[in-house]
Ligand binder design. Structure first.
Ligand SMILES: *Cc1c(COP(=O)(O)O)cnc(C)c1O
Length: 382
């Protein structure tokens, strides 16, 4: 497999295992938890993240991100928590962007104080906002772009340059963009994290995570990972590898649907505001165009005043009002009532989350059918 192969070819072939015995077309599945010792210094064992299927899948996702190495985890949060804890010790300080995935925010606020790890959240999403939080014991900067649910864009090259100047590491949660739309390592970010439960899995039936980076960074993550034990079952590893074969096709279709939906929504009188980096009116449209290969399948919108958000969501038929995102089926939720319910109203306002906001994850259905579904629900909610 040429490492410079096209992204679509990498999706199908990178990291595949060869069925030497029967010459089958797809990767064989090796569910063994016990292997004979061989010459390598560490034996093969699931919790050492080095069984054949785990290594193949890690190689595949690393190839998609242009990373040297990777590790596969049992959830996005296992990936987030292990990556962070492996790079921190008592007395260290980390900077987080303010609008952060809820689970990551809870992890940091709940666990870091127990380990004496200090943290601060930025007051905005500009480079100066990150610079303002740097102090003597700062060890790293952690970002998420596009952000959830307001689709703000962070300047990745700017963050990388700031981190280099300050001598700190950088991590990004690249879940929302997926490797189809954004490769942060190319922009100078060191460690890339994915909740593979989202686009990499893509069918709302897999819980998994991944951490990608240089061999050295991944070795550091591994030293904690084998102790924390967040490895993924071989069966799910195998299923995730299969899912990623169609990653480009799925996300490409989701990008197109999101762009089409965003352009449709801005023309509706029942819409107050649309948040989508692919719109010319998005404040960071030019930045998104520079650092992303596509604008993604996620968008948010504010319903016009007087339209009841809950009634709207409950009258959607095709679009499922569910918590998760990135599946081939379209889903929608109210961040205030669900994903960001644990924040205080003040925190939500600081992040730009309004009571009328709907977060929309575009699937691969026909755009016209999705539009019709929204228009139909509006009749009930007016
Ligand atoms: C879902 C999600 C996570 C957490 O992933 P799990 O697989 O649910 O543990 C982390 N970051 C982002 C941006 C997510 O959407």
């Amino acid at each position: 497999m040429k490492s410079k192969a096209d992204f679509r070819t990498l999706c199908v072939h990178a990291g595949s295992l060869v069925d030497e015995q029967h010459k089958g077309a797809i990767s064989p599945l090796y569910p063994s938890t016990s292997y004979a010792f061989n010459d390598v210094e560490i034996g093969q064992y699931p919790r050492y993240f080095n069984t054949p299927n785990q290594r193949g899948l890690a190689e595949k996702i690393a190839a998609l991100e242009g990373a040297e190495a990777g590790l596969i985890f049992s959830s996005g949060m296992a990936a987030v928590s292990t990556a962070l804890l492996s790079h921190l010790k008592s007395g260290d300080h980390v900077i987080f962007q303010d609008d952060l995935y809820g689970g990551t925010r809870n992890f940091v606020k709940h666990e870091f104080p127990k380990f004496g790890i200090e943290f601060s959240f930025t007051k905005g999403t500009q480079i100066a906002d990150f610079e303002n939080e740097i102090n003597k014991n700062t060890k790293g900067i952690y970002v998420e772009t596009p952000s959830n649910p307001t689709l703000k864009i962070i300047d990745l090259k700017g963050v990388a340059a700031l981190a280099k100047k300050a001598g700190v590491w950088t991590m990004i949660d690249n879940t929302f963009a997926s490797p189809v739309n954004q490769n942060p390592i190319v922009q100078g970010i060191e460690i890339v994290i994915h909740s593979a439960t989202k686009y990499l899995g893509g069918h709302s039936d897999i819980s998994a995570g991944a951490v990608l980076g240089t061999k050295k960074a991944i070795e550091t993550v591994f030293q904690s990972a084998k102790n924390l034990g967040g490895n993924l079952s071989e069966y799910t590893v195998w299923l995730l590898e299969r899912s990623i074969k169609t990653l480009f096709l799925r996300v490409h279709a989701q990008n197109e649907n999101a762009q089409g939906m965003a352009e449709f929504l801005v023309r509706q009188d029942w819409i107050e505001k649309v948040y989508y980096p692919g719109l010319h009116t998005h404040p960071d449209h030019h930045l998104a165009k520079k650092q992303m290969k596509g604008f993604g399948g996620m968008l948010s919108f504010d319903l016009a005043e007087g339209i009841d958000c809950k009634t709207f969501l409950t009258h959607l038929n095709l679009v499922k009002p569910t918590m998760s995102l990135a599946g081939i089926e379209s889903t929608a939720l109210s961040p205030r009532l669900t994903s960001h319910a644990l924040l205080t109203e003040e925190e939500r306002i600081a992040q730009g989350i309004t009571p009328q906001m709907v977060r929309f994850s575009l699937g691969i259905e026909a755009l016209e059918d999705l539009q019709e579904d929204l228009v139909n629900a509006i009749h009930y909610a007016r």
